[in-house]
Design a protein. Structure first.
Length: 306
């Protein structure tokens, strides 16, 4: 295995300086769960690894009604799964976290690392899209905020430039009467990569109709994707079985799945339709009926093929 120098910055500025100094020879790491796999296979061969584990302040989850939820770059998937705030207010994200790998990986893997790895099948990504996440990205020349919808540019590729670090995510406070769910479908449950994953987050207005709808699909296109046609079909409409079924059909139609070892393309499309329908029904029911108990979220979040 290739050797590398291991650097431990103690601030974001120090990390930025290290990345600038070593350029393409350096690789930033957070939990290193993706990094170690790619390094051991020789796919990544950095001369320098810059590890953010010792940068203080990046492991915080904060919430207030004005700013919504803030997730630092070192917050792990397990932190998210265990957060009472996330469970109560961002149920699709809680479902994405509980559907993610086994506890050992969840304890190391960061949510921001899941974004920056940009797998089309990343389990937190549909939920983050459906909860409308914004990303804070810093570099030696300043900071910028990018909607998560603009971060993914291809499989394994993001809009981050060389030397940039994603330091924080912000998820807006959900409107009153909101609900959501993520469901992962995979041959071997949470221990396997998703064959399809779908998140829906909805709000119901005083007239009983959908006032907002966000649907996001994973593993059915080169990047995780929103389904705007399906969302538009529901806004202003009552949450009837027929409306939800039609929106699910539109979402599946928008998918661009491939066939691989986990699924055929048409099977993926069919499952995307089923999961969109299930997540929308659950989201609409809990938007008016109150938050879902976390044990129910855990039970619903992973569906196996057999
Ligand atoms: C056994 C196993 C099972 C897995 N199961 C799942 C699963 O069920 N679902 C799933 O979605 N994923 C799964 N993964 C993939 C992996 O755990 C996730 O993608 C994880 O979220 C990556 O986070 P990390 O902190 O470990 O990233 P790292 O490995 O540290 O980094 C990943 C990439 O992101 C970049 N990066 C990390 N942080 C930043 C930052 N702040 N700014 C800029 N770039 C950054 C790194 O440079 C690197 O390119 C699994 C991995 C393993 C090894």
């Amino acid at each position: 295995m290739a050797r590398f120098d291991y650097l431990e910055p103690h601030s974001v500025d120090e990390a930025l300086g290290m990345l600038e100094k070593h350029g393409t020879a350096a690789r930033l790491v957070a939990g290193s769960t993706d990094f170690l796999v790619r390094w051991r296979t020789g796919f990544w061969r950095p001369e320098v690894v810059v590890c953010m584990q010792h940068v203080p302040g990046l492991d915080r989850i904060d919430f207030n009604d004005d700013d919504g939820l803030s997730i630092g770059a070192m917050v792990t998937v397990q932190d998210i799964e265990q957060s009472d705030t996330v469970r109560a207010r961002y149920p699709a994200l809680a479902a994405g976290a509980t559907a993610f790998a086994g506890v050992q990986v969840r304890n190391l893997a960061t949510v921001v690392g899941n974004i920056c790895n940009a797998s089309p099948a990343g389990d937190t990504l549909p939920a983050l899209l459906a909860h409308d996440a914004q990303c804070r990205i810093v570099s030696s020349s300043g900071e910028r905020w990018l909607p998560l919808t603009e971060v993914f540019v291809g499989p394994g590729q993001t809009a981050l430039a060389a030397g940039e670090i994603m330091t924080e995510l912000r998820l807006p406070t959900p409107a009153p009467n909101s609900g959501g769910l993520y469901i992962k479908h995979s041959p071997r449950g949470a221990m396997d990569i998703s064959a399809v994953g779908v998140a829906s987050v909805v709000s119901i207005g005083p007239d009983g109709a959908f006032s907002s709808v966000r649907i996001a699909l994973g593993a059915v296109a080169p990047t995780p994707m929103r389904a705007p046609g399906a969302e538009g079909r529901l806004v202003g409409q009552p949450p009837t079985d027929q409306n939800i079924a039609e929106a699910a059909r539109l979402a599946a139609q928008a998918a661009r799945p491939i066939a691989d070892v986990r699924s055929g393309a048409e099977y993926r499309r069919e499952i995307a339709q089923v999961l969109t329908e299930r997540t929308l029904r659950h989201a609409a029911a809990t938007a008016v009926g109150g938050a879902t108990d976390f044990e129910d979220i855990r039970r619903l979040a992973v569906q196996t093929a057999w």
